[in-house]
Design a protein around this ligand. Structure first.
Ligand code: 4PL
Length: 244
C-alpha cells in the first residue's frame, strides 16, 4: 500500500479461536488490526504476533466500547473494518437456561454487536467506506440443540445484517454475516461442544474437523474492497454440513 493509507480493522474476541485467525488473516492482507478481547493478555499476545494493537474490551460495556473506539480514532484516524466475533458459546439445555444466563448471552452476543456497530458506523459513514462482518453460526440453519439462547443471538445477528444493509449502503458501508459450523477452536475444544464433532463431521461434505483458519479467508474477502457488491448476505462456511 504505497499511495493508499493503511486500512484499520477492529476484530472483537480476537485473543483466540476464530477471532485470532481472522485478525491474522487481515494483518496478512495488509491491514492494521486492533485485536480486542475481554482477555487483554491474550489479545496482546496475538497483537504482538501479527504486528497489531491490543485492546482489552468487554463488548457488552457501552463505556468500554466507546473508549476503545475513541482510542482507535485518536491513534489511526479511521476504522475501515469491523468484525463482530466476540461471543459466549454456551451449551445449556432449555430447562436449565436461567433468565440470568439468557440475559448474559443476549448482552455479550447481541448488545455487543449493537454497541460496536452503532459506535463505528458514523466513523465509516463520514469516510464513505466500511466493511462490517458479523460472525454468526450455522446453528441458526441447523437448529442445533442445547444452546437456544446462543442460536437466538446468531439469528438476530443475521437479522441485523438484513435490516441494516439498506441504511449503511447509502454510506458506502457493507454488512454481511459469516456462519461457521463447529470449529476446533480453543473455546470449543475446552468445553462440552467438542462432543458435537462426532455427529457433525459425518454430515459435512468434507469430513474433517474445521479449524479457525478454515473460516478466516471468507471473512477477509467480505472485509476487502473487492466485496463492494455484496451486502446484507450470510455466507455459510461449514464444509457443507448445512446446504441452503
Ligand atoms: C454445528 O457455533 O455451529 C457446535 C458451538 N456445533 O458454536 C457453534 C455447531 C457449535 C456449531 C457451533
Amino acid at each position: 500500500m504505497a499511495e493508499t493509507a493503511q486500512r484499520v480493522a477492529l476484530v472483537t474476541g480476537a485473543a483466540q479461536g476464530i477471532g485470532a485467525a481472522i485478525a491474522e488473516e487481515l494483518a496478512a492482507d495488509g491491514l492494521k488490526v486492533v485485536v480486542a478481547d475481554i482477555n487483554g493478555e491474550g489479545a496482546a499476545t496475538v497483537a504482538e504476533r501479527i504486528g497489531g494493537v491490543a485492546k482489552t474490551l468487554d463488548v457488552s460495556s457501552p463505556e468500554q466500547v466507546q473508549t476503545v473506539v475513541d482510542e482507535i480514532v485518536a491513534e489511526f484516524g479511521r476504522i475501515d473494518v469491523l468484525v463482530n466475533n466476540a461471543a459466549l458459546v454456551p451449551l445449556t439445555s432449555w430447562a436449565d437456561i436461567s433468565f440470568e444466563e439468557w440475559r448474559k448471552v443476549m448482552s455479550v452476543n447481541l448488545d455487543g454487536i449493537y454497541l460496536t456497530t452503532h459506535a463505528i458506523t458514523p466513523i465509516m459513514g463520514k469516510a464513505g467506506y466500511g466493511r462490517i462482518v458479523n460472525i454468526a453460526s450455522n446453528t441458526f440453519v441447523a437448529g442445533t440443540p442445547d444452546c437456544a439462547h446462543y442460536v437466538a443471538t446468531k439469528g438476530a445477528s443475521i437479522g441485523l445484517v438484513r435490516g441494516l444493509a439498506g441504511e449503511l449502503g447509502k454510506l458506502g458501508i457493507t454488512i454481511n454475516a459469516v456462519a461457521p459450523g463447529i470449529i476446533a477452536s480453543e473455546g470449543v475444544m475446552s468445553g462440552p461442544h467438542q462432543a458435537g464433532f462426532d455427529y457433525v463431521v459425518p454430515m459435512q461434505a468434507i469430513n474433517r474437523r474445521g479449524v479457525p483458519a478454515d473460516v478466516a479467508p471468507a471473512v477477509a474477502f467480505l472485509a476487502s474492497e473487492k466485496a463492494e457488491w455484496i451486502t446484507g448476505q450470510t455466507l455459510v462456511v461449514d464444509a457443507g454440513h448445512t446446504r441452503n
